[in-house]
Design a protein around this ligand. Structure first.
Ligand SMILES: Cc1cc2nc3c(=O)[nH]c(=O)nc-3n(C[C@H](O)[C@H](O)[C@H](O)COP(=O)(O)OP(=O)(O)OC[C@H]3O[C@@H](n4cnc5c(N)ncnc54)[C@H](O)[C@@H]3O)c2cc1C
Length: 522
């Protein structure tokens, strides 16, 4: 009897492989790149400098996955910086989001006494609503057409939990999801910088601006992962690559085989059932099942022969939206830059936010709607060498800059070859405004465009979450209505990546949920 095959060694693929191995199924993981990790990797960006090339903060990961994979015992050092986030103001001040609500409220007081008073209530509301939604994240979305008894029972439990939220929170939950996050934060706070730093969580990684309807839902989903308004700043010593290397080790020890440099060209299908894969070098590998960690578009439009799929299903997958808008600029620096308003270098250990008000964020988005690169982009920054100085030569640093908006599809007459320099220049201009003189510290720049995200890292459309986390592509509709239970129309072919529920960042939620369903069916 052959083993199940997992296509891709992203953190979700590794999680699924780990649980399949624990169930005695001996999976084979095939990764096209030379290293494991997918979007959670640490790579050398210049001689002596290594950097989280893509993601720099971690979901956070589900605690049960951390425990089951024994990641701490494998040497994974999770760092929880405090403050988590420092939002920079153009007037030279900064707003620090600590894990301690009262301490954050005190820093808000310097901007607005009224906002400082409201902040604790906002935090506790987010924690309650996030707590309710966290229960949904763990679930396999129910079948809407033919729910089984177990699914009906689960839905009943969800209904009970919803009722226990009470009237006010229940109403908030229903109302906030479809709202624009800009309206949502304006109902709570008057300080521009505070509004913008919180609203950014509702648009991070999406093709939406703060005034887009439905960004309230993205904020709430993020609250289900971590309710603190500043978001998660869990970092890993050595970067996310150290995490995914340990996850691969856990999967191997449990009985999985993990092969790198093994790009899958096709899923073999016989009589409507997945029977294995064919690699790009022509090697055929039989498998008892095939689980794809690649995104839904890549899986169905590149790896499956269209003749095997119903035209209606194919049309829906073609309409599955994954318009990437994010890019990365990674810098090798000769020294630690000095940011306006950040007197204590300890405050640089978490993330830094550049995007001072809602209008700034919306203008940054506006450019991308018409295929333009934001002249004044929204930036989310980390300096990983503060956690692990060995990532650069002594006294030197790497800086990881997440950039939004950089649309995958540029306006007619433009391409990412010329766009790359424009993007780098606009990021450096924005950085220089908050850290004057930073340009003189730059020894090397790595710019990763949405086109690179697709070509090098395998993300269709350059979308960082394998598809837009919008209301029409969530829960029972992720990736598409009728196929949210990790199964596909091809028997024996499953999905386990971020394009499935609950998706989003590095939480391992999709990989763990998918494994549960696959084990049940196998
Ligand atoms: C620039 C950027 C910044 C981000 N920032 C954050 C952040 O700060 N915090 C956070 O939590 N999340 C962040 N994310 C999102 C997060 O990294 C992803 O959502 C998550 O890593 C997806 O994991 P995955 O395992 O589902 O897929 P992936 O990590 O994409 O893994 C899929 C794997 O499949 C492989 N593959 C694809 N096709 C084939 C094939 N044909 N054959 C073999 N292998 C194949 C790919 O090479 C890849 O290794 C960021 C992502 C990006 C791109």
């Amino acid at each position: 009897m052959s083993s199940p095959i997992v296509i891709g060694a992203g953190h979700n693929g590794l999680t699924t492989a780990f649980y399949l191995a624990k169930a005695g199924l001996k999976p084979l993981v095939l990764e096209r790149r030379a290293i494991v990790g997918g979007a959670a990797v640490t790579e050398e960006i210049a001689p002596g400098y290594s950097c989280p090339t893509l993601a720099h903060a971690i979901g956070p990961l589900r605690p049960s996955v951390v425990r089951d994979m024994r990641l701490a015992r494998r040497g994974v050092a999770f760092v929880h910086p405090d403050p988590r986030l420092v939002a920079l103001s153009p007037d030279g001040r900064a707003l620090e989001f600590s894990s301690d609500t009262a301490r954050t409220a005190e820093t808000i007081r310097a901007f607005s006494a009224k906002d400082a008073e409201r902040y604790p209530e906002f935090c506790s509301t987010m924690a309650r609503l996030g707590g309710f939604l966290a229960g949904l994240m763990d679930m396999t979305p129910p079948s809407l057409s033919a729910p089984g008894t177990g699914e009906l029972w689960d839905l009943l439990k969800v209904g009970r939990r919803f009722r226990s939220l009470g009237r006010t929170d229940g109403y908030r939950l229903l109302r906030w999801g479809p709202m624009a996050v800009a309206d949502l934060v304006a109902e709570w706070f008057e300080t521009d910088l505070l509004q913008a730093a919180i609203a950014a969580r509702g648009m991070f990684g999406t093709a939406q601006g703060p005034w887009s309807a439905g960004t309230g839902a993205v904020l709430l989903l993020n609250a289900a992962i971590d309710p603190a308004p500043g978001g998660s700043s869990v970092m890993i010593t050595g970067g996310p690559g150290a995490l995914t290397a340990a996850m691969a080790q856990a999967a191997r020890e449990a009985g999985a085989e993990v092969r790198t440099g093994a790009a899958v060209a096709r899923v073999s299908i016989r009589d409507g059932r997945a029977t294995g894969v064919i690699l790009e070098d022509g090697t055929e590998i039989p498998g008892s099942a095939v689980v794809s960690n690649a995104d839904p578009r890549r899986t169905f439009l590149d790896l499956v022969d269209p003749i095997e799929l119903d035209p209606g299903f194919l049309a829906k997958i073609r309409h599955y939206r994954c318009p990437g808008t994010a890019a990365k600029v990674n810098l090798a620096l000769t020294a630690l830059p000095v940011f306006h308003g950040v007197g204590n270098p300890g405050a640089l250990h978490g993330r830094l936010h550049i995007g001072p008000d809602i209008d700034y964020l919306e203008r940054a988005f506006d450019a991308s709607k018409y295929g333009g690169i934001s002249p004044e982009p929204y930036l989310d920054i980390a300096i990983p060498t503060l956690q692990d100085p060995s990532m650069a030569p002594p006294g030197r640093h790497v800086m990881s800059v997440f950039v939004q908006y950089a649309p995958y599809k540029l306006a007619a007459g433009h391409d990412w070859e010329t766009g790359r320099a424009l993007l780098t220049a606009s990021v450096m201009r924005a950085l220089n405004r908050y850290a004057p003189g930073i340009e003189q510290l730059v020894e090397h720049t790595q710019t990763i465009t949405p086109m690179d995200l697709e070509r090098t890292y395998g993300l269709s459309g350059g979308h960082i979450f394998h598809g837009e986390p919008s209301l029409d592509q969530l829960f029972t509709m992720r990736p598409i209505l009728g196929w949210s239970q990790y199964r596909t129309p091809i028997a024996g072919l499953y999905l386990c990546g971020a394009g499935t529920h609950p998706g989003m960042g590095i939480t391992a939620g999709s990989g763990q949920n998918a494994a549960r369903e696959i084990i049940r069916r196998l």
